[in-house]
Design a binder for this molecule. Sequence first.
Ligand SMILES: [Zn+2]
Length: 401
Amino acid sequence: MTEYPSCEKIAEISIEKFTNLIKNIENDVEQWSILSTIIEYNQKSKECKVVALGTGTKCIGVDKMCPNGTILNDSHAEIICRRSFLRYIYSEMLKNNEIFQFDKTKCYFSLNPDITYHFFSTHPPCGDATITENNDEAVASKKTKLDSDYVCTGAKILGIIKGYNSITGEKNDPLNQEEGALRTKPGRGVRTLSMSCSDKLSKWNILGVQGALLDLLLKDPIYFKTLNFCYEIHVMESIKRAIYNRWKIKKFINDRYILQEPDIRINCDTIFYLTKLDDKKPSPRSIAWCNTPENEKPLENAINGKKQGITKKALEKSPLCGVLQISKFMLSKKFIEVVNHYPTIKDKILRKIGESKLQLSYKELKILSECYQNAWNSLKTDFFGSWTEKPEDLLNFKVKL
Ligand SMILES: [Zn+2]
């Protein structure tokens, strides 16, 4: 059996990376945040490093969603981190190095078999993983003050829950605490269309973390081998349920995508210094970073789904000046860059759409990934029935090929 780096080691290098990144950023210690990272481990060289990192606690309401793909809807740490990971993969593909090797004849990239990926977070993912039966009073007293912007573990014990929308069972009943239910994220008064991090992580645990566009370029989907958390041990069962146990009673048969059972590990000794405490407010800011060269500006500071510090006036003048590299818009541009870099991929896609040149919408691009879409449609029927659909016009922005 392969030995992976320990949960302690993963927590240590993740927090160290974060500390180094924020050295020069004004940081309000009065606010709490969540840190998520993705670790790349090379079994041969034993090298273990952070390749993607995200922090954040916010999610924009349906009223603020943007039709150009330039504003992030969901700025929870896990999601920012995953988007940063996609950015990292595109950057590696453009290098065609030893991590993602391009096979010209088969026209796909395969991941070096010595490499595995591991997920880390300083908090269990919001949604199902935070619904726990635990009755420990100490835990309850620690978590007595619930934040309207974020749902914490212990909600069930207290018998109250705020801003939390379960979308199975009683429709959008904030008091619905059915275990295993799908949920949308809370927003500031306005409803959001973003699914909880528990739901998104469990989707990645079946379809892979790479998403539809990268799936077109990869030999196999990418799954996390271990999920690591710094938290209290009692959340172990609810995390397992949220990630895979709730789906084990159902059947999903597919050649390419398989429900995974990653090792879930909890380290109760490491304390993240921005951890959620009763007297702190959630930080409205996010940082996104991935392991790309300095000249590609790997670190981004964000607020409200766009770059921090961009004035309204500047945005009106040039709408793209606030766009993050990890936005839908910029990531799909990266996808096109990879396609253009490898003529065999480009030919294959052009043949598929039967044109010599085309401007595709983001939605049309995603539809090209047939295996992924077919599997996702079948999962939506049997597993993720109440997954929210984004309005059509939010996916119609064009990307040049
Ligand atoms: Zn979340």
